[in-house]
Design a protein around this ligand. Structure first.
Ligand SMILES: Cc1cc2nc3c(=O)[nH]c(=O)nc-3n(C[C@H](O)[C@H](O)[C@H](O)COP(=O)(O)O)c2cc1C
Length: 181
């Protein structure tokens, strides 16, 4: 066989995965406007798990509504979202898959019209791709608040039964904004 390890179990740290097939995080726009998991989302990822993917990411999942970038994006910013998130986790687990979210905060690249809220970023540097609005530069205590928002969202993922939590530090979102002048 050309890829002898593909269908063999593996480990990522303490996490055991049934095979090496991973569904990468992809925004699907299948949640509600409040970021809540829908039956459509459950069915979608359950089908991928049933098809044999060993590990499935959900998608860039906002930890605070001000970091929301898409109308029907997934959120984990509120304890009231955990119950429906857990239904998604259970559906994937029933097919033997592992599942977790990719926690995110958009920052300067999200358009304020999507969330109806103020956008915040490391600096007040506009982004033409999001209409050229100028985000407000975060104060130091707000940065600490965001660290806590990531931690709380991670705790909600654990409460929902997730196997892992990813942190989105790429694609020009908040954490990568801190890394780039
Ligand atoms: C519709 C769509 C949504 C995506 N959303 C995310 C996302 O939420 N988070 C992320 O890290 N990457 C996202 N990506 C990138 C994918 O995870 C993946 O890295 C990329 O598509 C390259 O893999 P491929 O060559 O197999 O398509 C998205 C890609 C697509 C096509």
């Amino acid at each position: 066989m050309r890829f002898p390890h593909l269908f063999r179990p593996g480990r990522i740290g303490a996490l055991e995965v049934p095979n090496r097939i991973i569904g990468s995080p992809m925004e699907r726009n299948y949640c509600t406007a409040e970021g809540r998991v829908t039956q459509r989302y459950v069915d979608y990822l359950a089908a991928r798990a049933r098809g044999g993917a060993g590990l499935l990411y959900t998608e860039a999942t906002y930890v605070d509504p001000r970091g929301k970038g898409r109308a029907l994006q997934m959120g984990l910013h509120d304890d009231g979202l955990v119950e429906d998130f857990a239904r998604l986790v259970d559906a994937v687990h029933r097919h033997g898959g592992r599942i977790g979210p990719e926690l995110n905060y958009g920052g300067r690249v999200v358009h304020p019209a999507v969330s109806g809220l103020e956008t915040r970023a490391p600096s007040g540097v506009p982004y033409a791709g999001a209409g050229g609005h100028v985000p407000r530069a975060l104060a130091r205590d707000e940065i600490a608040g965001l660290v806590d928002a990531f931690a709380q969202a991670a705790r909600r993922a654990v409460d929902a039964g997730c196997d892992f939590v990813g942190i989105h530090s790429a694609h020009g979102y908040l954490l990568s904004q801190f890394l780039s002048p």
